[in-house]
Design a protein around this ligand. Structure first.
Ligand code: FES
Length: 318
């Protein structure tokens, strides 16, 4: 995938912890086209990159700009700290866009659910659905009034189809079961937010007897946090016999890459499914949102970007 070069043309504080950035293409060529739910991977100065969803702000329609919304994470591993250090005029490079969270190509009614900064892909979905005259509703959840980014733009796009929920304001979080129940039969739901929200919606969606292929989700955690008590463990690479130690604050992918292996992955947060790997021995501790409960219980596959081990060693089919 070719690298794209930008200049930061506008920065705006959307909330105390969220800023939006508009990136202008360097050179004369138009930027690659994208659809709602797509992301680019912004290169970090120290190596590596981070995915950021594209936000469909009006200034991006002429094909010369991409817009991002980023949360300054308390525990940033570099991505959000870098983005929040940028100034207008700075150079930025990225690859993409790629879309693993696209709207289904149909006319079915849509329920959009966004938690916090998970609004970024959902913003673009709402804009696309509104432009197409589609039947949709957006429920946008935040901790407190003043902490939801892009609210004025969303009110313009969605009108009465936007419902905002604040944790600190009664009635607080929405009743997800009721929202699913209110969605017309055959409708699709798109969810982007923290893992607890996605797991709750997944469970209630299944309880409601809705088809799993009509629920679409993307996890919003740019940097999966280690849990208290995480310990080192070993991973044996079946094809070579190489044994790699995974440190308490490392992912399996980090450890394999540090040992010189190339590993196929994308989101690095447990929701895209790309790094799924067969487990030949040992028991994984699942921390993704992409495997089904049955797949997790089988312990035969795992997402090696976030999941860890319950046993001292895992033998992986790599
Ligand atoms: S890289 Fe996306 S689930 Fe692991």
């Amino acid at each position: 995938m070719s690298e794209l070069s930008f200049t930061v043309s506008r920065i705006k504080a959307e909330t105390p912890r969220v800023r939006s950035l508009v990136l202008e293409a360097k050179g004369d060529a138009p930027l690659p086209q994208w659809s709602a739910g797509a992301h680019i991977r912004v290169k970090l100065p120290g190596g590596g990159d981070r995915p950021y969803s594209l936000v469909d702000l009006p200034e991006c329609r002429a094909g010369r700009h991409y817009a991002l919304g980023t949360l300054l994470e308390e525990r940033s591993a570099g991505g959000s700290r870098y983005i929040h250090s940028l100034k207008e005029g700075d150079a930025v490079s990225a690859t993409g866009p790629v879309n693993q969270f696209a709207l289904a190509d149909d006319e079915d009614p849509v329920l959009l659910l966004a938690g916090g900064i998970g609004i970024t892909p959902v913003f673009s979905m709402a804009a696309a659905l509104a432009r197409a005259g589609r039947d949709f509703r957006l429920h946008y959840l935040g901790r407190a009034n003043g902490e939801l980014a892009f609210l004025p733009e969303l009110e313009t796009i969605c009108g009465e189809r936007l419902v905002v929920h604040y944790d600190d304001t009664p009635p607080g979080r929405p009743d997800f079961a009721a929202l699913i129940g209110a969605l017309a039969a055959g409708g699709d739901a798109y969810v982007c937010g923290p893992s607890g929200m996605i797991e709750a919606v997944k469970t209630l969606w299944a309880l409601a007897g809705r088809p799993p292929q009509k629920l679409h989700f993307e996890l919003f955690t740019a940097t999966p946090a280690p849990a208290a008590g995480d310990k080192a463990f070993e991973v044996e690479v079946k094809s070579t016999g190489q044994v790699v130690t995974v440190g308490p604050d490392q992912s399996i992918i980090d450890a394999l890459e540090a040992a010189g292996m190339d590993v196929v992955c994308d989101c690095r947060r447990g929701d895209c499914g790309i790094c799924q790997t067969a487990v030949l021995e040992g028991m994984p501790e699942h921390r993704d949102v992409v495997l089904t409960d049955e797949e997790k219980a089988s312990n035969k596959v795992m997402q090696i970007c976030v999941s860890r081990a319950k046993t001292p060693r895992l033998v992986l089919d790599l």
